[in-house]
Design a protein. Structure first.
Length: 272
């Protein structure tokens, strides 16, 4: 009788453990099959950026180079710049102009930042969730990259090193609201190479939410944006709606539109 009870107890335990294992396996399988890439990732330049789906994560790796013209590509014009501490920084002239080099328009060789785009060819990686959610509280952006643009270059906030207002560097920005240094060519303002007062995709922020132009999916200016320029609504890549950011339609220094002056509404990952 005692042997029978022991056998029955053992059988019950084994059955319970098998059920738990099977349930966990099903949960893992379901969570894996539910993950898929957003159609928005098709907008990212495949020459500069690789995008890999890894379970419920997306790994975005870029060389940091933009896919458009700029006066910051290597060229035959040498220039010097003075750093905030008074140090003189020299950018050497190249033997020939890069194919994507254009003469400066809104900036000048005299006011441009040191370094050419070619000097910053590297590797920058961001890993985010395939289904990002808003955090319980927002978090501040920091100096350095806070997002990756569809062009391949970095997105920065509205501050300039060493943590000064962007006013101090506004004359160094090209027609895309971007300049070089210290780690990469990066955007501070609306990138007019592909987006100007429209609904186009700008890139992805470090918390996994996409950043779009100043206009909404229907062509109007959104009126329900939070402090980060974000809201829930349809996008060109998700007509059913999702939380996303916009470039805010507010003028900075009476003529510019800051790319992302707000805080992260999700949990940001480090771009490294």
């Amino acid at each position: 009788m005692n042997i029978f009870k022991i056998f029955l107890s053992t059988l019950t335990t084994v059955g319970l453990l098998s059920f738990i294992y099977a349930s966990n396996s099903i949960n893992k399988l379901e969570s894996g099959t539910d993950s898929e890439l957003s159609p928005a990732f098709s907008e990212f330049d495949s020459e500069n950026i690789s995008i890999v789906l890894d379970g419920n994560r997306v790994i975005i790796e870029t060389n940091g180079l933009p896919n458009h013209a700029s006066p910051y590509w290597s060229n035959s014009e040498g220039r010097t710049a003075v750093a905030p501490g008074g140090r003189t920084l020299t950018t050497q002239a190249s033997e020939e102009d890069h194919p994507l080099f254009v003469e400066p328009t809104v900036t000048s060789f005299r006011t441009m930042a040191p370094g050419n785009i070619d000097d910053f060819n590297g590797s920058y990686t961001l890993t985010v969730s395939t289904n990002p959610v808003k955090a319980s509280r927002s978090s501040a952006t920091g100096m350095g990259p806070i997002g990756i643009a569809v062009s391949g270059a970095m997105i920065y906030n509205d501050r300039e090193g060493p943590n000064r207002p962007l006013d101090h560097a506004i004359n160094s920005l090209d027609f895309n609201g971007a300049h070089t240094g210290p780690q990469s060519y990066h955007y501070h303002l609306e990138p007019k190479a592909w987006s100007e007062d429209d609904e186009k995709l700008i890139g992805i922020m470090a918390d996994g939410f996409f950043l779009y132009g100043r206009r909404d999916y229907d062509g109007t200016y959104p009126t329900d944006l939070d402090e980060s320029g974000g809201h829930f609504g349809p996008t060109p890549h998700n007509p059913d709606g999702e939380y996303h950011y916009h470039i805010q339609n507010e003028l900075y220094l009476n003529q510019y539109h800051i790319l992302f002056p707000g805080v992260f509404q999700g949990t940001a990952s480090r771009i490294h």
